[in-house]
Design a protein around this ligand. Structure first.
Ligand code: GLU
Length: 425
């Protein structure tokens, strides 16, 4: 006998792990006989907590807490990003790793799910300190990562340079250059064309498909974007190119609204040079809560978890929510949006473009043969559109939300693999 409560975490109804558990509970009625394996999904396979000590530039010694969680490896090696953020916790990384398991299965990549993180504010570190933190962390989790066992990638506050240091550290430790150990690397180190923009592009592709089904024209559609990093800014750019008006943008430096629609390319270059959107010459700066009141057709939460609360869901004007972030909507808000007829394209399909091109990168590294950008975008489109079609059909067939339908498609794949492999010993 077992109970699904793990002794080492204390999730609440809207914490990331609590949100994930509620999402799993909702899919159980659609799993048929596979439901006997469902407990598998509620327990990460392996969680590693590491101490990351470094010598700071001023000579002091600082310690940071690092994690790597392999949620499920039934379908293949672990896959998932590494996040550097002062609020990262084990429980959050567990949820993020579980969403990776579901996401990889939803787009049918031969991967399990994993995630990592360091509890650190990288904005407060010098470049030397950042490199030391990255290298020591990589060395510590070197026990469980590898090109055939668990492949990290960028996530919040990590990028190609950090992946290059991770690849180098791992390679130094094993005595051979192992490009396949991480994805999201710079192009000349085995990175893939299109990887940097892949997540935002996937958000746009799934958004375009969902809008078409809703009869919502992109031309003139009002779009609000929360988070203007690698995901939000690229999605905003692609929506603007398709004729939509980006009327509200929020990031860690503030909230800007512009009824006529922003010049997104100019906003991106401002944000890149200034470290945020604050101070941009056009639009009006408003209070952060105002963001949720802005009249819009499409909302793209592309920041952190738990942003779309019940209260915000009640007043939202959007017809379509595209989850660029992982876990942005709490379960109660999900129900409110469903009741109100707001269509939510869930994270586990909406932002799967990043890991899909990560998979392309990993395949290219192993074959040492690199594809053109055009080829990558074509394959990405095909995978995202095909996966969404399949999920849409499941959702219509059972009258369930796209989130539960995505979980149904993905969990079936994961649990069939679980059953076919059998329990060891
Ligand atoms: N961090 C991204 C995500 O949440 C990408 C992970 C990857 O490419 O492995 O999906």
């Amino acid at each position: 006998m077992s109970s699904s409560a793990l002794s080492y975490v204390h999730p609440t109804t809207d914490s990331p792990w609590g949100t994930y558990l509620a999402q799993v509970d909702r899919v159980v009625p659609y799993l048929g006989k596979l439901d006997r394996w469902v407990e598998t999904l509620k327990r990460p396979k392996r969680s590693l907590i590491v101490d990351v000590p470094i010598e700071m530039d001023d000579g002091s010694i600082a310690h940071f807490e690092g994690y790597r969680v392999q949620h499920n490896l039934s379908r293949g090696p672990g896959k998932g990003g590494v996040r550097f953020h002062p609020d990262v916790t084990l429980e959050e990384v567990m949820a993020l790793s579980a969403w990776m398991t579901v996401k990889c299965a939803a787009v049918n990549l031969p991967y399990g799910g994993a995630k990592g993180g360091i509890r650190v504010d990288p904005k407060k570190l010098s470049r030397t300190e950042l490199e030391k933190v990255t290298r020591r962390y990589t060395s510590e989790i070197g026990l469980i990562i590898g090109p055939h066992s668990d492949i990290p990638a960028p996530d919040v506050n990590t990028n190609g340079q950090i992946m290059a240091w991770m690849m180098d550290t791992y390679s130094m430790n094993v005595g051979a250059t192992a490009t396949g150990v991480v994805t999201g690397k710079p192009i000349h180190l085995g990175g893939s064309l299109g990887r940097v923009k892949a997540t935002g592009r996937g958000v746009f592709v799934t958004g375009r498909e969902a809008a078409r089904r809703l009869g919502l024209k992109l031309e003139g559609a009002r779009v609000a974007v929360q988070g203007f990093g690698n995901v939000g800014s690229v999605a905003a750019e692609l929506f603007a190119q398709a004729g939509a008006k980006v009327v509200a943008v929020q990031d860690h430096t503030g909230t800007l609204v512009n009824d006529k629609g922003f010049d997104v390319a100019a906003l991106i270059s401002h944000s890149q040079s200034q470290g945020g959107i604050a101070g941009f010459h056009s639009g009006e700066q408003v209070g952060n809560d105002e963001f949720w009141n802005v009249h819009c057709d499409v909302l793209i939460p592309a920041a952190l978890e738990g942003q779309l609360t019940a209260e915000r869901a009640r007043k939202l004007s959007a017809r379509l929510v595209l989850e660029g972030a992982n876990g942005p909507t709490v379960p109660e808000a999900d129900d409110i949006l469903a009741e109100r007829g707001v269509l939510v394209v869930p994270d586990v399909i909406c932002n799967a473009g990043g890991v899909t091109v990560s998979y392309f990168e990993w395949v290219q590294d192993f074959s040492s043969f690199f594809w053109s950008e055009e080829e990558i975008y074509q394959r990405l489109d095909r995978i995202m559109v095909g996966a969404l079609d399949n999920i849409w059909e499941k959702s219509t067939q059972h009258g369930i939300t796209l989130r539960t339908a995505t979980f149904a498609v993905a969990c079936e794949r994961i649990l069939i693999a679980r059953e076919e492999r059998g329990l060891y010993p």
